[in-house]
Design a binder for this molecule. Sequence first.
Ligand code: SAH
Ligand code: SF4
Length: 382
Amino acid sequence: MTVNLLDFDLEGLAVFCDGLGEKRFRAVQLFRWIHQKGASQFDDMSDLAKSLREKLKGIACIQAMPVVSQHMSADGTIKWLFDVGDGNAVEAVFIPEADRGTLCVSSQAGCAVGCRFCSTGHQGFSRNLTTGEIVAQLWFAEHFLRKHLKRDERVISNVVMMGMGEPLQNYNALVPALRVMLDDHAYGLSRRRVTVSTSGIVPMIDRLAQDCPVALAVSLHAPNDALRDTLVPLNLKYPLAQLVAACHRYLAHAPRDFITFEYCMLDGVNDSDACARQLVARIQAHPGAWCKFNLIPFNPFPASGLLRSKPDRVQAFAKILNDAGVITTIRKTRGDDIDAACGQLAGDVKDRTRVMVRMERNRNLHAPLLAASGNQAEEVSA
Ligand code: SAH
Ligand code: SF4
C-alpha cells in the first residue's frame, strides 16, 4: 500500500526514512519540499538522490483529498469541499483579512457531539479524519493560494480548528497535525496563531496542555448547566464548573494569557441580560482577566428551529460583559453568500450522482484553478 507522506509530522517522517535506511536530514529535506514548497512529485525534489526518489515513487505519495467544489465569496472568502470517500465530504474555509489569512480546518466528517444549533451536529458522525486529511486541508489551501495570488511567501498565517467536527474527539490524529502546522520546517505557525476550538472534552483539554499547548477556544453557549445540557449534550458528561476549571488550568500552558469563549447568540434562548450576568458571575469566580468572549451571530438552518438574536440584543449582551471587565467582541460573519460561516459547513454528499455533477461543473468553472493546484477532480470514482 502507498503511504501518504502528509500523514507524518517530522518525527514520523524521520522514522519512515529510517526504515528506508535514510538519515534524518533526508526527512527534513523531504518535509520541506512537501510543506514549504508544496511539492507533490518526487521528481521535483532536485536535491534528493535519484535513487531515493525512485524508491519513494514505489511506496509513497503526497496527495490531498479530491476537491468536490470551490466557492469564492465577494468578500474574498474561499470555501473548499473535499471528498473523503463513502459519500462524505469535509470543508475548509480561507478568510482573508488586512493583517492575516485564516484557514478554518475540519477534524471529522460529521460530529458526534450533536449541538442543537450546528448543522454538522445535525448530520451525525461519519468518521475521524486522519492526520494526513487534516494536514492536507492546509497543504492544499496554502499552495493553491500562493499560486492563485502569485505570492512566494506564506499566505495562511492562522489556523483555527473550527470547521466540521470536534477536534478533541480525534485527539490522536489532531496532535501530529498541529505539530506539522507549528514546525519551522513546514508551516512555522506560532502557537498563538493555531487555535483548537472545543465543545469541552475536559480530560482532553488537560492532555492538550501537556502535549501541544496551542491557543484554546471553548464553545460555551450557556451560563448554566440546565440550558447548556439542552444546547451542547456533552455538558451532561462535563458540566460547566468542570469545564471552566479546566480552561483556567490550561492558562498555565497556553501561548496567550487568555482563553477565548465562543457564545452563539440564539434569539430568546441564551441572549437575555440575566444570562449575561450569570456568565459574568461564573467567570469572575476565577480571579483575574483570564478570558475573552466572542459572540457569534447564529447562522440559522431550517432543521434547528432556532433564530439569530437581534443585533441590539447582541450589543446589549456584549455591553454587560464589557462593563463587568470581561473583554467581549462580536464576530463579523464572513462568506455568508457561499454558506461559509460558522455552523453552515454541511459537507454532506450522500448522493454520489450529485457529487459527480457538481464535480463536472466545477471542473469546467475552475479548470485553471484546479490545474494550478495540481488536484485533479478526476481522481474520484463514482
Ligand atoms: N466542535 C468544535 C469546533 C467546530 S464548531 C466546537 O464546537 O467548538 C466551531 C464554532 O462554530 C463553535 O464555536 C460552534 O459553537 C460554532 N457554531 C456551530 N454552529 C453554529 C451556527 N449555526 N451558527 C453560529 N456558530 C455556530
Ligand atoms: Fe460538533 Fe462543534 Fe457542531 Fe457541536 S458545534 S456539533 S461540537 S462541530
